[in-house]
Design a protein around this ligand. Sequence first.
Ligand code: 13P
Length: 254
Amino acid sequence: MLNKVVIGNQKMNLTASQTRRFINAFVPLVEHANCEIGICVPYTNLATCKRALKETKIMFGAQNVSEFERGAYTGEISSAMLADIGCKMSLVGHSERRKIFSEQNSQINNKIKQNLKYNITSILCIGESKRERTAGTTKNVICKQLDECLSGLYENELEKIIIAYEPVWAIGTGQTATAKQIEEAVKIIREEISRLYTEIAGKNIVVLYGGSVKADNVKMFAGIKSLNGFLVGGVSLEAQSFSDLIHNFIGKSK
Ligand code: 13P
C-alpha cells in the first residue's frame, strides 16, 4: 500500500509565535496518526518548528528556496541555509510563485537541483489553469511541467521528490477537482514519470493532491488508490480542522 502523506502549506499567514501556538495545539491531536505529516512555513518560522517539533515525527519545511547556490542575491535563502537549520523539505514551483512571481520551469529545475545537493526533499507543485483545462490541454501542461522541472535528474534522485498536483483553479477557491479529475491527473503523472524513467519509478513516486481540501470533502478523495495524500492550504492554519482532515483521510483509506 502507498505511504500516506499530508502536508500543510501555511503560506504567508502565521508569525513564529502563532506557529508555536499552532504546533502546541496540533501535536497532541495527531501524535498517533498513521500518516506522514508535515507543515511548510515561512522561513522566519523554521527555527520555531525545529524546536517545537523536536520530540515528534511531524516534519517541517520551507515554502520556497533560491535557485542559486550562494552570492549576491539579496533576499534569497539557499538550500545550504535550509539544510544548516535542519530543514529537510521545501515546496518548489507553487502556482502562486509561478503566477505572482513569474517563476519558470527552468528556475524550478535549478531549485530542485540545489535541494538535491543538500539532501532536501522538493515538493514539486504542478497543475493546469482553468483556461488550460477548458482548452483540453491539461495533459500537455502537466507533462511539460514534469519534463522541464525534472530535467537532468536521475531516477534514484526521485526519492527526494514529491509531486503535488494542484490545479490552479481549485486553490483557495472552495472548488475542488472531482475524484475522477484527480484520478486522471495522477494517472498522467505516474505514466509520464514511467516514460521519463521506469515503470517502477512511476509507481513509487509520491503524489499528492492540493486545492480546497477540507475535513468533509477529503473523504471523497481518500478512496483514490493511486494518490498518497494531500497538500493542504487554508485548513492547515487551524489545529483542530487540520487534524480532523488527517483523521478523516486515514480513517477512510484503511
Ligand atoms: P487551499 O487548500 O487553501 O485551496 O490551498 C491549496 C494550496 O495551495 C496548497 O499548496
